[in-house]
Design a protein around this ligand. Sequence first.
Ligand SMILES: [Zn+2]
Length: 234
Amino acid sequence: MQGIDAQLSQLAHRRKNLPQVSALDELRRERETVHARSVQAQTKVSDLTADQRKADGEVAAVRARRDRDQTRLDSGQVTNPKDLQSIQNEIVALDRRIGSLEDAELEVMEELEGAQSELALATDALAALDARIAEELGGLEDATSEIDAKAEALRAERGAAVERVADPLLTLYEKVRNSHGGVGAAALRHKRCEGCRLEINGADLREIASKPSDEVLRCPECDRILVRTHEAGL
Ligand SMILES: [Zn+2]
């Protein structure tokens, strides 16, 4: 039963320390970073798109005003030289304004292109990370169900073993196991207790040798249930 319990705790340890668990931790951390980058890029794209639309509107408004001025000028209805001069001056000023607005718009568009390619990169990176996470999750599921199947078989074996052990011994075993790091019973092999790994002195060995083979013994050093083997060294 101790052998089964040792295997069960080994399986539980393996289940908790599967390589996929740490790989997934790392991938999820990486994904968080990339996701933050993608959110940042998305915000930048939205802001710059709004900026570009606004710049578009501004250019269109100034251009409309310039066109109105030009139409008035071309219509021949304005004859006063002072008014004509003032309209011409305004057209020159509006042309300059259109020029600088278009320069600014171009800058916004360049920045927007940069943000868009940043966003595309982050989106691709997220997709690649998600694929790797899915792959690791699949591996984790396979490894976990394999361990669970083994553990289930061992628990069935343990159930059958429990039937063969007398109640008081089973109670003692569970008690010692709980207080001794999961090892309630240990083999005596080559004069050594395999629970605490200490060699048992001659006097204790002689006493052990004198006991009937069905008597439950305890290790004089660690107090675990001591199971005599063929190579006990008695
Ligand atoms: Zn011991």
